[in-house]
Design a protein around this ligand. Structure first.
Ligand SMILES: NC(=O)c1ccc[n+]([C@@H]2O[C@H](COP(=O)([O-])OP(=O)(O)OC[C@H]3O[C@@H](n4cnc5c(N)ncnc54)[C@H](O)[C@@H]3O)[C@@H](O)[C@H]2O)c1
Length: 380
């Protein structure tokens, strides 16, 4: 088995999910490459060493530039906040590294365009960690839609609701709270939570032509954790938009961090002339299916347990009826990335797919300012 030497940047939430996936992938998927945890990079040497010891990284770096210079690294994995994705990925592409980058790809479309240009010029493998595509129930939904089982699509409906920023005393900025600092995050829930919903929607239902949006920042000022001063809050706390897809269907998207009681209510529903599908992260191993072709007297919504060997990815896990969860979506993504390297057919979502989502979020934020319907730029 050939080694695939990983250099990870960032040891937070995503640093852990990625490390877990690199370690597990060969236990469940037959591949010709084995990820080798070569180096973890983070600015705090002590914390990086502790992470390396816990997760099995061979070495540490405290500057991502040093990591990229190393010739014993094949893949740069960017699991740091949004404001550093572009600089790191562009440098990694120039150094000829394969790149895995967390979402959203960049702070905005123009920045993401530069990342796409860099990986295209360098011809390096690239992927964005929109991991929900690898929830077996969502992959299965994609298969059913592509088979034409729903017929003409009329509606798409997505939500991603949380409640963790309601407290006005919560500071913005710094470790853990960078998502509230617009300079680091780029935007609020639009680029953070809705980006996931948009990536899934574009994958399942094709491109979006136009959007009209409204956003709100409920808490206007927060203390900045790094400066200690009260500062204006620049992120959107809630974001709602309507969209018209190129296939003629209409959509609603809603996201907020102010839906008391919801930790991560991520859902979608899609309605076609012959059937509908619905999914909910809280029950991620189930797909709700309505098939109008079923016999009339037994027609109704079915809750399909996506745990059979015939379902996407599931034959690689346990026996039918036993479910998997969130962490495994990252294992699937690593497996598909490696298969892409081995077959020469790059797995999606690529940086170009990440750019498509950034174009939608740009138009959503623009529409929230102008109050008008805005066109969504298409990826060339
Ligand atoms: N795919 C998903 O479902 C998902 C979920 C959460 C976060 N994310 C994305 O993953 C990225 C990281 O989010 P997180 O939740 O892991 O954040 P986190 O705050 O838990 O971790 C961020 C890590 O990056 C490190 N870091 C920050 N600046 C750095 C720099 N200049 N050089 C090196 N390391 C640096 C921090 O020390 C920390 O270890 C973000 O882009 C976020 O949007 C994706």
């Amino acid at each position: 088995m050939k080694p695939l030497r990983i250099g990870l940047i960032g040891y937070g939430f995503m640093g852990r999910t990625h490390s877990n996936a690199f370690s597990q992938v060969n236990n469940f998927f037959d591949l010709q490459h084995r990820p080798v945890l070569k180096a973890i990079c983070a600015r705090d040497a002590g914390k990086a060493k502790a992470f390396a010891a816990k997760w099995g990284y061979e070495s540490i770096e405290t500057d991502w530039r040093r990591l990229i210079e190393r010739d014993d690294i094949d893949v740069i994995d960017v699991a740091a906040p949004n404001n550093v994705h572009a600089e790191i990925a562009i440098a990694a592409a120039k150094a000829g590294k394969a790149i895995l980058c967390e979402k959203p790809l960049a702070l905005n479309g123009p920045e993401a365009e530069k990342m796409v240009a860099a990986v295209t010029k360098a011809k390096v493998p690239n992927m964005v960690w929109y991991n929900y595509r690898r929830v077996p129930a969502i992959t299965f939904a994609k298969q059913l839609i592509d088979e034409g089982r729903l017929g003409r699509i009329f509606h798409y409906r997505a939500k991603f609701l949380q409640d963790w920023t309601i407290n006005a005393d919560l500071p913005q900025g710094g470790a853990g709270l960078w998502r509230l600092d617009v300079k680091v995050a780029g935007s609020g829930v639009t680029g953070d939570l809705l980006a996931h919903c948009i990536d899934t929607a574009l994958w399942l239902n094709g491109t979006i032509d136009t959007v009209t949006a409204t956003t709100e920042t409920f808490i206007k000022q927060r203390k900045h954790a790094l400066t200690g001063k009260m500062e204006k809050v620049g992120i959107d706390d809630a974001s709602l938009f309507l969209a018209r897809f190129s296939n003629g269907s209409l959509a609603t998207f809603e996201s907020t961090r102010y839906a008391r009681g919801h930790k991560a209510l991520n859902t979608f529903e899609i309605n076609g002339e012959n059937g509908s599908l619905a999914w909910d992260l809280h029950d991620l191993h189930r797909l709700q299916v309505f098939d109008y072709k079923d016999e009339g007297n037994v027609r109704g919504w079915k809750s399909v347990h996506i745990t059979d060997g015939e379902h996407p990815y599931m034959k690689n896990w346990w026996v039918p009826g036993l479910q998997i969860g969130y962490a495994e979506t990252f294992v699937h993504q690593v497996a598909d990335f490696i298969k892409g390297l081995e077959t020469g057919k790059m797995a999606s979502p690529t940086f170009k797919d990440g750019l498509a989502t950034d174009y939608v979020t740009d138009s959503v934020l623009k529409s929230a300012k102008t109050g008008r319907w805005e066109k969504v730029k298409k990826v060339k």
